[in-house]
Design a protein around this ligand. Structure first.
Ligand SMILES: [Zn+2]
Ligand SMILES: [Zn+2]
Length: 367
């Protein structure tokens, strides 16, 4: 039986394929321009710190995009602010009072903001102590890394964080690069969501299907796990992940620690290969952050896709870009389809861990 989010639409069907795990197929003949699926919000997401004033914390609208009001485009920042602690490091900006209200109604935003400030503080404190290195144990060459070796590395770091003294000593010697801090913030968004939904439902499926899709840890776990492929592809990623984990264990308040081990490892195992960039608009000039939308991650890739993705606020909509027949696989493109075949293949292999065998790739590779 297939597990995962319910695709309640009349247009799509989730099936298992022989080549690419599960995938979505057209349940009926569908004309071009039909919205076949929507994914209401990210399970985990992060807007880069540098863009905080320029991106609405609720709807991700970009102040410098063509569609923003002229006045805002010139200043490039939003002026409506939520600043509970009075600290610049823990403020959120909005494109409208409505967005601010919606955001404030949902307790996750505010909690995340407080934790953001805690992470910054922890990082500043550790930097002040000097003698920095990005020293974590090395794990040999990525090629001979096995699942057992990865499991052992996580076991070792669990033992380390279990001792307060060892954790503090370790964290005094680690520094996070900017990108690693962004990853830590992404993880915090998932931890917060689990905390908030867990205290209501213990992770059990909610009857409201929208909340359910966004919040279900169980559904999240069903999306593809790329841990081994990712660690093998990127030599230093395992050390970085363990460092981020220890940093979070040290920086987060105690009441969140019950969610931290599973959330960190499982989200890191699924981030690469399932996440979507959050862009400034259709032109895709600036990537403002990224997120994981659970049901959206079931769309497979084609270099000549029949589905296009449109983001409106936090929702991702999927729409047919041409007429599609019943039974056809519904595909988006993960990469820039204007690139030559070699580049597309390279990007897909390094970030999505497969060799594209779509008909366009076959034709272009032969030529
Ligand atoms: Zn907004
Ligand atoms: Zn292809």
């Amino acid at each position: 039986m297939l597990t995962g989010p319910n695709f309640e639409s009349d247009y799509v069907e989730l099936r298992t394929t022989q080549y690419g795990g599960r995938s979505l197929f057209a349940a009926r003949d569908t004309p071009a321009g039909t919205r076949v699926h929507s994914s209401p919000g990210p399970f985990a997401h992060v807007i880069y710190k540098d863009y905080r004033r320029e991106v609405c914390a609720q709807c991700f609208a970009y102040a410098a995009s063509d569609s923003a009001p002229v006045k805002v485009v010139q200043s490039r920042v939003w002026s409506i602010k939520c600043n509970p602690g009075g600290l610049q490091a823990s403020a959120a900006w909005f494109c409208s009072e409505d967005c601010k209200k919606t955001w404030e109604k949902d307790e996750t935003g505010l909690l995340q903001l407080q934790l953001d400030a805690a992470l910054t503080k922890a990082l500043v404190a550790s930097r002040r102590k000097g003698s920095k290195s990005t020293n974590t144990p090395s794990f040999g060459s990525a090629d001979d890394l096995t699942q057992d070796a990865i499991d052992q590395a996580w076991k070792n770091v669990q033992e380390l964080v279990a001792s307060k003294a060892r954790l503090a000593a370790f964290c005094a010697t680690i520094d996070l690069e900017d990108m690693e801090l962004e990853i830590a913030r992404l993880l915090v968004s998932a931890i917060v969501l689990r905390h908030v939904s867990g205290s209501n439902t213990n992770g059990v499926v909610d009857s409201d299907s929208h909340r359910n899709e966004i919040q279900s840890w169980i559904h999240f776990l069903h999306i593809q796990n790329n841990e081994l492929a990712n660690v093998r592809e990127r030599q230093h990623i395992l050390s970085a992940h363990l460092r981020i984990y220890a940093f979070l264990c040290n920086a987060l308040p105690r009441y969140l620690l019950q969610y931290t081990p599973t959330t960190v490892r499982e989200v890191l195992a699924r981030d690469t290969g399932n996440a979507f960039g959050i862009w400034d608009g259709d032109r895709r000039d600036e990537m403002l952050g990224w997120g994981i939308w659970i049901s959206a991650s079931y769309f497979n890739h084609s270099c000549s896709p029949n589905i296009r993705k449109i983001r409106q606020g936090r929702t991702l909509y999927f729409e047919t870009s041409r007429a599609v027949s019943a039974g056809e696989e519904l595909c988006i493109s993960y990469v820039d389809t204007d690139q030559p075949v070699e580049q597309r293949q390279k990007d897909l292999e390094s970030s999505w861990f497969f060799r594209c065998g779509c008909s366009r790739c076959n034709t272009e590779s032969r030529a």
